[in-house]
Design a protein around this ligand. Structure first.
Ligand SMILES: Cc1ncc(COP(=O)(O)O)c(C=O)c1O
Ligand SMILES: N[C@@H](CCCC[NH3+])C(=O)O
Length: 443
């Protein structure tokens, strides 16, 4: 047996972008969950996604501790598989789903329906039917036309518990495409226009629906606690107004998700405890101001639970100098991580599996797809002697990569391996060419 000398990662400068378990291994290797990344790449091929189970569980628990007595529902859209559904259920979280597919996966793992929240600005009849059939804890109403449609299908005898998604008019989120709390986009019902108020009145008039509270979701990759404080205040103000106009005291408030994680060393990202403290403080203050009993709080972190647990591994296919730029092209790209091309998201990368004494130089890591915009990471410091065959690891890859992966260029979606305690477990196998072709009707 070879003795492996492990070191923490001082050379990375900011270990926080890597899972807490990440340690340097011999010959430039990196171990996550006690498993060698170079070894995994050798065994499963690349591109490969690695998910640190302990990191997911630890972060799920951190959220529960951050808001004692509150409900924490994991936003499945960040990434969902059977194993992930099991982990978050076992840790005591609920689940936010936004399709019949996500719901069916959760139900297939025995997820308690009462802990499931269904979202969607345009829920299909199948989505609503599945939610009603399984008896999900809450359905979040996102448009006027959904109210009667939903009420007509409640199987009874009990009314379906619902919330109304409010557009609070608060701007937050890392990019305009992921801001959902402002006017002029497709989600929610506006507070300022009165649409939210009308919807509340209409829901209250539906005996088949039980309005239990209000929901809002400001956006994603929100790196400040401030917008949540404003949302808590505005939403409690609205709850108080509903009590005044309708004589009902709604018992629940869901302030959504959107909590930022660091992608680059030094990125601001308050810990769950900091978000939780600020939200609880502001909620208490607003309730005192409006003389309103504190509602049961729900939060819906997705990225914050799973992004830091994921590492993407790519093999370098070519290194090219073009003018003053150096392009390091790898065997994945926008088909497994569309975030840079969609939102200008920034990433870092490091070489793993080989030591190099060469000086570092700045390079752009690009994908293999037929798009000039297929860039994975800009301004990355990599050794000057990086060459085809080398491995690159990209941290913070656990959220909105595989869940948004596409079939572009028929390269096949990468596999996913879970690691914990020195053991690995294949969660998703690689999508093969045959898988890609299976959907096509033979001409
Ligand atoms: C309603 C709702 N809740 C929760 C989330 C989770 O967001 P995040 O992964 O940024 O925490 C989203 C996605 O932005 C959402 O639309
Ligand atoms: N998909 C986005 C976040 C939006 C999530 C869902 N509302 C991202 O990758 O950052």
């Amino acid at each position: 047996m070879t003795t492996v000398s492990l070191a923490s990662l001082p050379e990375l400068g900011a270990p926080s972008v890597w899972p807490a378990s990440a340690v340097s291994g011999p010959a430039g290797d990196l171990l996550v969950g006690g498993v060698s990344l170079a070894g995994l790449a050798g065994q499963y091929g690349t591109p490969l996604y690695v998910l640190d189970e302990t990191e997911v569980r630890t972060r799920a628990r951190a959220w529960l501790r951050a808001v004692p007595g509150a409900e924490v529902v994991y936003a499945a859209k960040a990434f969902l598989s059977r194993a992930v559904a099991d982990w978050v259920r076992e840790e005591g979280l609920g689940l936010d789903v936004c399709s019949a597919g996500e719901l069916e996966l959760a139900m297939s793992r025995g997820f308690p329906a009462a802990r499931i929240v269904m979202h969607g600005n345009a829920k299909s009849p199948e989505d609503l039917r599945a939610a009603l059939r399984h008896g999900v804890g809450r359905i979040v109403i996102d448009s006027d036309c959904e109210i009667a449609r939903l009420a007509a299908h409640v199987p009874g005898p009990d009314p379906q518990r619902v919330m109304v998604r409010v557009l609070p008019g608060i701007e937050a989120g890392a990019h305009h495409k992921i801001r959902t709390g402002t006017e002029g986009q497709k989600f929610g019902l506006s507070l300022t226009s009165g649409d939210a108020e009308d919807a509340v009145a209409r829901v209250l008039g539906q005996p088949r629906l039980e309005l239990v509270g209000l929901h809002c979701h400001l956006g994603s990759q929100i790196a400040s606690t401030e917008p949540y404080a404003r949302a808590a205040h505005r939403m409690v103000g609205f709850l108080a107004r509903i009590r005044e106009r309708h004589g009902v005291t709604l018992p629940e408030l869901d302030l959504g998700g959107g909590f930022a994680v660091p992608y680059l060393p030094g990125d601001p990202a308050p810990a769950p405890a900091a978000f939780g403290r600020r939200i609880r403080d502001e909620l208490a203050r607003a309730c005192a101001e409006f003389d309103f009993p504190e509602p049961r709080l729900t939060l819906e972190p997705g990225r914050s639970v799973i992004a830091p647990a994921g590492v993407a591994l790519y093999r370098v296919l070519s290194v090219k100098r073009s003018g003053r730029e150096v392009f390091v092209a790898v065997d994945g790209g926008m088909s497994d991580n569309p975030r840079p091309s969609l939102y200008g998201a920034r990433y870092t990368a490091r070489m793993v599996g080989r030591s190099s004494a060469a000086p570092m130089r700045t390079a752009t890591v690009v994908g293999r797809h037929c798009e000039a915009g297929d860039v994975l990471a800009e301004s990355v410091e990599l050794p000057e002697d990086i060459r085809p065959g080398d491995l690159l690891a990209v941290p913070a890859s656990g959220a909105y990569h595989l869940s948004m992966a596409s079939g572009y260029n028929l390269v096949g979606r990468p596999p996913l391996v879970a690691v914990a305690g020195g053991q690995e477990r294949l969660l998703l196998r690689r999508e093969t060419f045959e898988d890609c072709m299976r959907r096509e009707v033979t001409p």
